[in-house]
Design a binder for this molecule. Structure first.
Ligand code: ZN
Length: 156
């Protein structure tokens, strides 16, 4: 699939697989074909509704990660990024805490994790969102990750 090909109105295949680390280290981060439908699902069910609500363009980070890329960045071995089930989002000018709350209240998801957010710094950190395939029940888990540990709920 061509990197410029659109997976949905506002997001391209390239945006869901791009990685500075992969480029720098020459790691192939192309997903197997059967995972592309899951990246499309992340676009239509998560990224497009966020884009529509905030009305601002943004580039997702860390959609798909190949096993090789994931180990290079010391990602969790069970990372949903490796299954094309997760994407990390930040939107310029929007507090990541508010973004996480909006997703929690408005979208279906498997996990929402407010990661590395620091109170009083709206742009700090990012929001990790995952979604299972259509046949699998989403767990609706909401967590905050900070200083190396997870807490339940969204903590500002
Ligand atoms: Zn993530």
């Amino acid at each position: 699939m061509d990197r410029n090909e659109k997976l949905s109105d506002h997001f391209t295949f390239g945006e869901l697989i791009r990685s500075e680390t992969a480029e720098r280290k020459n790691i192939d981060n192309s997903p197997p074909d059967h995972l592309i439908v899951k990246l499309q699902r992340l676009c239509s069910e998560i990224l497009e509704p966020v884009r529509l609500h905030y009305g601002k363009p943004f580039r997702p980070n860390s959609g798909y990660r190949s096993t090789e890329l994931n180990s290079e960045i010391n990602g969790s071995s069970s990372s949903q990024h490796c299954k094309a089930e997760a994407v990390d989002i930040e939107i310029a000018g929007i507090s990541n805490y508010e973004l996480a709350v909006w997703i929690e209240q408005n979208l279906e998801f498997d996990q929402v994790i407010l990661e590395c957010y620091r109170k009083g710094e709206p742009n700090s950190g990012w929001v990790h969102v995952s979604l299972k395939d259509e046949e699998t029940t989403n767990r609706a888990i909401v967590l905050t990750y900070s200083n190396g540990s997870y807490s339940n709920g969204l903590l500002a």
